[in-house]
Design a protein around this ligand. Structure first.
Ligand code: NDP
Ligand code: ZN
Length: 179
């Protein structure tokens, strides 16, 4: 097993923070899995499947859904984790002022100019969501909706090609399971 030589304290703080924030939340699969499994899946993909060990990326991955899905503010993230991580999470957070269709389109439009760190997290997020969509899809989603979701993820990831070969291979592998 390769060694992580960086200081693990902020990573553990982020895990503890995200676990508390997401504690009442469940994923959309029929078993309603604990939400925290999802950010943990992201860092598992980043570290163990893609060899990404940059602590900033891993912490942003752990926190990536806290503002979008829980009562967390960017100011709170900045106070605890610093401006750089708060800014990356902001890049990964949909603007709730817009309607869902617009938010989906904005992800496609904005992906290419996201920071390198945000693009790595975005790749991991789409990999994990496509895998979930394959093995434990949201309850009640029909075939068309699942297929549309795969194609939307592809449209986003096509904008960041050239960022990280291994993550892109893992994405393509996940996309190949499109129903
Ligand atoms: P949502 O964004 O509401 O739901 C998908 C998101 O849910 C994922 O990105 C993921 O986000 C999260 N999630 C939670 N649990 C799971 C799980 N088990 N598997 C995968 N993802 C999970 O999607 P939309 O409602 O916007 O629909 C997606 C597509 O379906 C769109 O392309 C839309 O056009 C289409 N659609 C089709 C309809 C139809 O009836 N045919 C109706 C509405 C939309 P995170 O990582 O942030 O948690
Ligand atoms: Zn996510």
């Amino acid at each position: 097993m390769s060694e992580l030589t960086t200081d693990l304290a902020p990573l553990v703080t982020a895990l503890s923070f995200a676990a508390k924030k997401h504690r009442h939340q469940r994923r959309k699969d029929v078993e309603a899995s604990p939400y925290i499994n999802h950010p943990i899946d992201l860092i598992n993909v980043l570290v163990n499947e893609a060899g990404v060990t940059d602590l900033t990326v891993l912490i942003a991955a752990i926190l990536h859904d806290t503002v979008e899905d829980t009562e967390t503010s960017f100011e709170e993230l900045e106070t605890i984790f610093g401006k750089k991580i708060a800014d990356i999470v902001q890049e990964l957070t949909d603007d709730k002022r817009f309607r869902k269709e617009k938010r989906k389109q904005l992800q496609i439009d904005n992906a290419a100019r996201a920071s390198y760190e945000a693009r790595l997290v975005k790749l991991a997020d789409k990999i994990c969501n496509l895998r979930d969509m394959d093995v434990s899809p949201p309850a009640g989603w029909d075939l068309d909706r699942r297929r549309e979701y795969f194609d939307w993820c592809l449209a986003v990831i096509d904008q960041v090609r050239g960022t990280h070969g291994q993550l892109e291979n893992l994405f393509d592998e996940a996309y190949s399971k499109k129903p």
